[in-house]
Design a protein around this ligand. Structure first.
Ligand code: 5GP
Ligand code: ZN
Length: 122
């Protein structure tokens, strides 16, 4: 059984750990003590921002099991981003696993907004 109660340290091959460390540039829109938010490089809506905890967790289930307060902080940041950069309404998506579309294995929530959104994930 794997131990999901503690996060891995920053991972050398993790692109979002590198963005958190400032080793890869990003268009930051918000930062808190524990969370950063930056524009997705391949936007799927007028507002498309990624909300990312500074600490590395592989996916939202690992994060929720280890640090639910941090997950709540991510929701707050998503809400603030949508209020500051769109009309306050937003979709907050966590892809979990490759079949769900996860391609970066450092947990992140996609904040989508700025338009009336469709619903055709498959
Ligand atoms: P996932 O597919 O894991 O749910 O989401 C990963 C997201 O990260 C994708 O929407 C992709 O466009 C975005 N992404 C991948 N590499 C970079 C990068 O270097 N910079 C930024 N800003 N976004 C990235
Ligand atoms: Zn990472």
């Amino acid at each position: 059984m794997t131990n999901s109660s503690s996060p891995a340290p920053a991972q050398a091959d993790c692109i979002f750990c590198k963005i958190v460390a400032g080793e890869i540039e990003s268009q930051l829109v918000k930062e808190t003590e524990n969370v950063i938010a930056f524009r997705d490089i391949n936007p799927q809506a007028p507002l498309h921002v990624l909300v990312v905890p500074r600490r590395h967790y592989g996916d939202v289930t690992q994060l929720a099991g280890s640090d639910p307060k941090l997950l709540a902080e991510m929701v707050k940041v998503a809400n603030a981003v949508a209020a500051e950069h769109a009309d306050g309404q937003f979709r907050f998506i966590f892809n979990s696993g490759p079949n769900a579309g996860q391609s970066v294995f450092h947990v992140h929530g996609h904040v989508l907004g700025g338009a009336r959104l469709g619903w055709t994930p498959a």
